[in-house]
Ligand binder design. Structure first.
Ligand SMILES: [Zn+2]
Length: 176
């Protein structure tokens, strides 16, 4: 628990146990297996609302947002969280390493899932990115938003890829 007196904020702030962002301390368990605090989840909702609304669904950026949020909030090891982290990492692999489009990366994820692979739990890197959705929320227009999402995604992806490069490549190789 952390109370930011200097900000003189009315709401108590806590550190999201997924991404480390300082968010409003709001009660609630927002998602079955993603490890996010309610305050962080609400901010994620604001970003998704921008992407589906005023930004008219920028496909690659939206892919990056969803993948990055998932791997930055891996939760506890269980079948769904293990699958989620693995599949979103594969998507980012195809985008950043193989230069696929958002649409192609989504298709790859579906192809891999259809084979019902046995994924392994990958221990999250520490830190799990130095950027988080609060950095993305600073955007005031679409161009800025897309730039900030890309920087956030690259930052978190680099943490995972440098720790789990062999594991990520071996999953990808199994299904090509
Ligand atoms: Zn978070």
């Amino acid at each position: 628990m952390f109370f930011d007196m200097q900000e003189n904020s009315k709401k108590e702030k806590i550190k999201c146990y997924g991404c480390g962002a300082l968010v409003d301390n709001i009660a609630g368990q927002p998602h079955k297996y993603l490890g996010a605090t309610q305050g962080c989840w609400n901010l994620y909702g604001q970003i998704l609302a921008k992407e589906f609304g005023e930004y008219n669904y920028p496909e690659l950026t939206h892919r990056l947002t969803v993948d990055t949020y998932a791997i930055q909030h891996p939760g506890q090891p269980c079948r769904q969280s293990i699958q989620s982290v693995n599949v979103h990492l594969i998507s980012l692999y195809f985008i950043f390493i193989e230069n696929l489009s958002g649409k192609e990366a989504t298709k790859k994820m579906a192809e891999i899932l259809a084979k019902e692979p046995k994924f392994k739990w990958l221990e999250p890197p520490i830190p799990n990115g130095q950027k988080n959705i609060i950095d993305v929320l600073a955007a005031t227009n679409q161009e800025e938003h897309e730039k900030l999402v890309k920087e956030w995604a690259e930052n978190v992806w680099d943490c995972w890829y440098s720790k789990h490069r062999l594991a990520i490549e071996s999953i990808k190789d199994l299904f090509l």
